[in-house]
Write a protein that binds this ligand. Structure first.
Ligand code: GLA
Length: 724
C-alpha cells in the first residue's frame, strides 16, 4: 500500500518498506528530511535543530544559510555554494534563481512524461510539488512517485517559463538527494568496449566524485547509475541507497561530500551537452531518475531495480513472455554471407531447437565491410537475390522466426542517403566531420530525418515476416552541430537527438507490437532504463568470452534483470579474447540471460551439437525461472576466483545455481557456496545429483560444489522444492 501523509510542514510518502519526507520551511523552501526505512511518524524538530532551521518555524536565507541545508531541488545563486540541480539564466544575464513551494497535490498512479521514457503503472502515488520564482516568473513542478511493489521513488522536474522574457536553462538535473552523513562508499559501474560495467567501489572523499558520459549515449564507459553503500554493506546485508536515470544520452552522476560531511547526489543531463532556451510559455521536462533503498545489501538494491524494470519500465508483448532462443550470424560469417550460407546455419539451428534466426550487419546497400551503406536500407541482391521476404519465409519454413539487424541512427558518407542529404548528418558547418567506424550520425533533432528513419525501418518490417529487430548504434557524438537548428538552440542538440530517437521508437514499437526489439550499442553501450522502456532486452556486450561475461553480467545485474540481458554462446577460441572455454561454461553463463548463439553450429563436432540440443531443452524448461526469477549474486568475479549466482523462481518452486571458476588451482578444496533467497524450512532436491537439502542448510552451511578439471570449469544445478 502507498500512503501520503501531511503533518504540519512535513510531506511524507511511504509504502510498506520505505519513507520519503520533505520538510517545507517557512517561506517555502523545500528541504529534504528523510529517505530510508519506513517511518511510522516523522517529527521534524530534530531534523530542524540539526540544520539550524528554527524549530519554531523561523528560517532565513540570510548569511548563505542554504549552503548547509539539505534541499530537494537546489538552485544556483541564492547562497547555495555547492553544485545545485538547477541553473537558469535570465534575460539580463544573471543566474540567481529562488524557487519556493507554493502548493502541493497528490494523485493516484504515475503520470507519463511527455516525449520521454518513464516508469508507469501499478499501485502508486505521486506527489506534485509546485515551486515558483516570482522574480523570474519561473515554475518548477517536482514529481515524486512511490510504488507499492518496489522500494523505489521516481523523480523528475518540469520547468516552465511564465514570464514575458526568454529564460535559458543551463542545468536541470533529474534528481538531487542530500544525505545527512558521509559514512558511505560510492559504487559505480565503469568499463569500455568488450568490458562493460565493472563494479567500482571507493571511499567518499571531500569534494565531487562520480561518473559521466559525454558520448551522446549512456555509454560503454559508465552507466547512469550510482550507489551509496555503508562500508559494511555486502551482497546480502547492509544499507544501500542508489539512483539510476531513465535516459539513454549524455549524463552526469555525482556525489559531493561537503565540508560538514553531508553527501549530495545529483543525477541528470550532462550540463556540457545541455542548454535549453525557454521562450515565454514554454516548458522543459527533465528525464526521470529513480531512487532505490535497501537494508538487504546490494542484492536488495538489485531486487528493487529488477522489480521496477519488470513492473514499471518494460512494456509490450515481451515484457513477461518467454524470450526466443536465437542464433545470430554475426560471428559466424561477419559480412561474408549469401543466402545458402545463412540457410545452412539456420537448418542446423532449427534442428537442435533454436527458435529465431537473426541476420546481422551486411544485408543492405553494398555493405561488404563497415565502410559504407548505412542509410541505404534496401536489401543487397548480390547476397540475397530473392530478397528479404523470401529469405524470411524460407527461415520460417524451417520452424524459425526471422530477425534483422539495423543501425538506423547512422549514415555512411559512402551511401546514397548521404549523397542525397549531406545536411542530414550531425556536423559543424565548414569543418570536416570526424568519422567513427567510417560513419556519421544522423541529426535526429530534425523532424524530416526522424520521419525518414521511421519509414526506413517500418518499410522493411512491413515487407517481410520479421519478428525481431536488433537496433544498433555504433559510434558516439562528435562535431555536435545541426544544419537546421538556429545558433541559440545548438546547445539543445544532444537532448533533442534523444527526443527524436524516442519519438521514433515510440512509433515503431506501437506500430509493430509483435516485434521483439533488442537494443545494442557496440555491445552494451546503451544499456539503460530509457532504452529498456522501448526495447525489453539489450545486447550485453560484444565480448562473449564466458569468463569476461561472468564479470560483465555480474556488474550489469546490479541494476538490470536477467530478462534484459542478451547473452549468447559463441565459438572458441573466442573472437574477443582468444580464449578457449568449455561449451558447458559458455552455455551456463549465457543461459543466465536471454539465451542464444553467435556461431556456426555446423562447425561443432557431433557430440557438442548434441550437448547444444540438450542445453536448449533445459533452457526451455527453465527459462521462466532464469529470466523472471529473483536473481541473487553469491560469489563475485571481482573479488575472487569463482563466480556464482542463483535465480529463484518467483513462486519458489525451483532455482538454478550457476558456478564458474576462472582458473584451476591445484591442491585446493572445492568451493562451498552459501545460497540466498530460499525458504529456510523448505526441502530442495538437486536434479543433477539427486541430493536433498534443507533451505536452511543451503543458506547457512552452504553447498559444496566440485568442478571439473581445467580452467573455466562450470556447473549449473537445478534445485526443485520437494516438500510442498
Ligand atoms: C556492433 C554490434 C555487434 C554487431 C556489429 C555489426 O559491434 O555490437 O553485435 O552487430 O555491430 O557491425
Amino acid at each position: 500500500m502507498t500512503e501520503f501523509i501531511r503533518e504540519g510542514s512535513s510531506l511524507h510518502l511511504r509504502n510498506s518498506h520505505v519513507s520519503y519526507v520533505i520538510e517545507v520551511l517557512e517561506g517555502g523552501f523545500a528541504t529534504h528530511a528523510y529517505f530510508g526505512k519506513r517511518l511510522e511518524r516523522f517529527h521534524p524538530q530534530s531534523f530542524r535543530r540539526r540544520y539550524g532551521l528554527g524549530e519554531q518555524g523561523s528560517f532565513s536565507v540570510q548569511n548563505c544559510a542554504l549552503n548547509h541545508t539539505p534541499q530537494e531541488y537546489p538552485s544556483y545563486g541564492l547562497g547555495e555554494m555547492r553544485i545545485g540541480a538547477l541553473t537558469v539564466r535570465a534575460a539580463d544575464g544573471t543566474a540567481t534563481c529562488d524557487v519556493r513551494v507554493v502548493s502541493h497535490s497528490v494523485e493516484e498512479g504515475k503520470p507519463a512524461l511527455a516525449g520521454l521514457p518513464a516508469t508507469f503503472g501499478g499501485e502508486a502515488k505521486t506527489l506534485c510539488l509546485e515551486l515558483k520564482d516570482e522574480h523570474l516568473g519561473l515554475s518548477v513542478t517536482l514529481l515524486y512517485t512511490i510504488f507499492d511493489d518496489c522500494d523505489v521513488i521516481a523523480r523528475s522536474a518540469l520547468i516552465r517559463n511564465d514570464s514575458a522574457e526568454t529564460l535559458s536553462l543551463e542545468r536541470a538535473d533529474s534528481l538531487c538527494l542530500d544525505v545527512p552523513d558521509s559514512g558511505w562508499e560510492l559504487l559505480t559501474l565503469s568499463g569500455d568496449w568488450a568490458r562493460e560495467r565493472s563494479v567500482v567501489r571507493r571511499p567518499l572523499a571531500p569534494g565531487v566524485q562520480g561518473v559521466y558520459s559525454l558520448r551522446g549515449a549512456s555509454s560503454l564507459i559508465a552507466s547512469p547509475f550510482m550507489a551509496l553503500c555503508r562500508p559494511e554493506a555486502t551482497e546480502t546485508g547492509g544499507e544501500v541507497l542508489a539512483a539510476a536515470l531513465v535516459y539513454s544520452g549524455s549524463f552526469a552522476a555525482e556525489a559531493e561530500r561537503d565540508s560538514r560531511d553531508c553527501v549530495r547526489l545529483r543525477l541528470g543531463l550532462n550540463e556540457q551537452h545541455f542548454g535549453w532556451r525557454l521562450d515565454p510559455g514554454e516548458s522543459f521536462q527533465t528525464p526521470e531518475a529513480v531512487l532505490a533503498w535497501s537494508d538487504q545489501g546490494l542484492n536488495g538494491m538489485s531486487a528493487a531495480f529488477h522489480r521496477l524494470c519488470a513492473a514499471h519500465v518494460v512494456r509490450g508483448k515481451y515484457a513477461h513472455a518467454p524470450r526466443p532462443i536465437l542464433i545470430n550470424n554475426w560471428e559466424a560469417t561477419y559480412f561474408n554471407f549469401d543466402q545458402e550460407k545463412l540457410l545452412k546455419i539456420a537448418r542446423t539451428a532449427a534442428d537442435v531447437g533454436v527458435e529465431l534466426f537473426v541476420l546481422d550487419d551486411g544485408w543492405f546497400g553494398k555493405r561488404d565491410d563497415d565502410h559504407s551503406s548505412l542509410g541505404d536500407w534496401t536489401v543487397d541482391r548480390r547476397k540475397l537475390p530473392d530478397g528479404l521476404d523470401s529469405l524470411a519465409r524460407k527461415i520460417n519454413a524451417l520452424g524459425l522466426k526471422f530477425g534483422l539487424w539495423f543501425e538506423p541512427e547512422m549514415i555512411s558518407p559512402d551511401s546514397d542517403l548521404y549523397r542525397a542529404h549531406p545536411d542530414w548528418a550531425m556536423q559543424v558547418k565548414g569543418r570536416t566531420p570526424i568519422e567513427g567506424r567510417f560513419q556519421l550520425i544522423l541529426d535526429l533533432s530534425r523532424g524530416d530525418v526522424c520521419e525518414y528513419m521511421y519509414h526506413a525501418v517500418a518499410d522493411i518490417l512491413s515487407s517481410a515476416p520479421i519478428s525481431y529487430v536488433k537496433w544498433d548504434m555504433n559510434r558516439n557524438f562528435s562535431n555536435i552541430g545541426s544544419c537546421q537548428l538556429p545558433p541559440e538552440k545548438q546547445r539543445e542538440l544532444p537532448h533533442r537527438y534523444m527526443l527524436g530517437l524516442y519519438s521514433v521508437l515510440e512509433r515503431l514499437t506501437r506500430d509493430f507490437p509483435d516485434v521483439l526489439f533488442e537494443s545494442c550499442s557496440s555491445g552494451g553501450g546503451r544499456f539503460d532504463l530509457g532504452m529498456l522502456y522501448y526495447m525489453p532486452q539489450t545486447w550485453c556486450s560484444d565480448d562473449t568470452d564466458a569468463l569476461c561475461r561472468c564479470q560483465i553480467q555480474w556488474g550489469t545485474s546490479l541494476v538490470f534483470p536477467p530478462f534484459a540481458m542478451g547473452s549468447h554462446v559463441s565459438a572458441v577460441p573466442n573472437h574477443q579474447t582468444g580464449r578457449t572455454t568449455p561449451l558447458n561454461t559458455r552455455a551456463n553463463v549465457a543461459m543466465s540471460g536471454c539465451f542464444g548463439f553467435e556461431l556456426d553450429l555446423n562447425k561443432l563436432p557431433a557430440e557438442e551439437l548434441e550437448e547444444v540440443r540438450k542445453v536448449i531443452q533445459r533452457v526451455k524448461r527453465l527459462r521462466e525461472t532464469l529470466l523472471y526469477g529473483r536473481f541473487h549474486r553469491l560469489l563475485s568475479p571481482f573479488a575472487g576466483n569463482d563466480t556464482a549466482w542463483l535465480t529463484v523462481a518467483q513462486d519458489g518452486h525451483e532455482a538454478v545455481l550457476m558456478l564458474t571458476r576462472t582458473q584451476a588451482r591445484p591442491n585446493t578444496d572445492p568451493p562451498v557456496i552459501r545460497l540466498s533467497g530460499l525458504e529456510e524450512k523448505a526441502v530442495y532436491r538437486i536434479e543433477e545429483t539427486g541430493e536433498t537439502y534443507g533451505g536452511d542448510e543451503l543458506m547457512n552451511a552452504g553447498l559444496c560444489v566440485p568442478l571439473a578439471w581445467g580452467d573455466a570449469a562450470s556447473v549449473s544445478l537445478t534445485l526443485k522444492r520437494v516438500d510442498a
